[in-house]
Design a protein around this ligand. Structure first.
Ligand SMILES: Cc1cc2nc3c(=O)[nH]c(=O)nc-3n(C[C@H](O)[C@H](O)[C@H](O)COP(=O)(O)O)c2cc1C
Length: 330
């Protein structure tokens, strides 16, 4: 059975520029934007629009991928007040973050720390449920726990009881950080403990990983994170069940070049010169995992921050900078 594929929220990595480019390659059913932190005050709409500019286009990327907005916080009333405000912007979904391992966030009791207190998860989820209209999809994303998995099932059940309609599970504890493996078998245990749709997340880098994850978790829907950044064709590959051995790596790189040009153009629209170069380097650093040509390009621009010099080097490596953004991709 074919399942749905979501693009994971990744703060500092999958911003609206990368979401735009990845949705041009296609294969994704939806995405969630990086978290918006709610801590005590009512956020003005411009904050949501800055993090998720797709809100101004029907909460979709140019090619039409719906983008949900993710909230992070621990105070039920304050979260609900902010969620109500967010609903007025008609997001393609509202998602709750119970997985962030960042110390600054955890110190204030947010993100993954809440997995120690399923009753708080319930209160947050239930308070927001009251203000999110039924036509807006309402979901949550969790890890397996803070230091161990002892309360993982309770957490999932608390979120279900609180009224979320779908649950993405990043199959690691907070203390696991991003260290492999992801414990996909735990996703199966959570699936057995709740009746809402569970989306499997963690360590899917290839079609082979995807198939193993589905077999071990029993989940049909997956969420791709770093694998999607390193390999923009991953969702398409999963859809056709064809890992790279069966495709021509060189032709894929050539297909990617106009998208690198588009990424560079959009980064420059978003941030000032040297920061745009930083964003490009960051993506190329991930692309090196899959594309040898990205290694050469990364090496060429690594120490350069000037936009003009960067653009010249990109052209030298075949990136059609300045050309019309005709990607030829769906
Ligand atoms: C740089 C980075 C930023 C992330 N930011 C978020 C975030 O804002 N919200 C969230 O729920 N998860 C966040 N995550 C976690 C991912 O959504 C995902 O759960 C995790 O990377 C595991 O999936 P993967 O192994 O496919 O990358 C982030 C991960 C990374 C690497």
């Amino acid at each position: 059975m074919s399942g749905r594929i979501q693009l994971a929220p990744m703060e500092g990595l999958a911003d609206h520029v990368l979401r735009e480019v990845l949705s041009r390659v296609g294969g994704y059913d939806r995405a969630t934007c990086e978290f918006v932190r709610v801590s005590g005050s009512l956020l003005p709409p411009r904050i949501y629009r800055r993090i998720c500019p797709e809100l101004d286009r029907g909460s979709r990327t140019g090619p039409g991928m719906p983008v949900a907005v993710q909230l992070l916080g621990s105070d039920p009333e304050c979260m609900a007040e902010n969620a109500a405000q967010l609903c007025a912007l008609a997001p393609a979904g509202i998602d709750l973050n119970f997985g962030c391992p960042a110390k600054t966030v955890n110190r204030h009791g947010g993100g993954a720390m809440l997995l120690a207190t399923p009753e708080v998860l319930y209160r947050v989820a239930a308070a927001i449920r009251k203000v999110v209209p039924r036509h807006i999809p309402y979901s949550a994303k969790m890890r397996l726990g803070v230091s161990d998995t002892s309360r993982a099932l309770e957490c999932a059940q608390a979120l279900e009881a609180g009224g979320v309609e779908a649950l993405a599970v990043h199959a690691r504890t907070r203390d696991d950080g991003y260290r492999p493996p992801a414990h996909w078998e735990w996703i199966g245990r959570i699936r057995a403990a709740v009746s809402l749709p569970v989306i499997a997340n963690g360590e899917i880098w290839s079609v082979a990983d995807y198939l193993r994850c589905r077999a071990e978790s029993g989940a049909t829907d997956v969420m791709l994170g770093r694998g999607a950044v390193a390999d923009p064709f991953l969702a398409q590959r999963i859809r056709t069940r064809a890992d790279r051995a069966e495709r021509d790596a060189r032709s894929e790189w050539l297909e990617l070049l106009p998208l690198v040009a588009e990424y560079w153009r959009l980064c420059q629209d978003k941030v000032a010169g040297r920061h745009a170069a930083g964003r490009l380097k960051s993506w190329l650093a991930w692309l090196r995992r899959r594309f040898p040509e990205a290694e050469a390009l990364y090496g060429a621009i690594r120490t350069v921050n000037d936009p003009e010099a960067t653009a010249s080097l990109l052209r030298l490596h075949g990136v059609p900078v300045g050309a019309a953004a005709a990607t030829g991709l769906a």
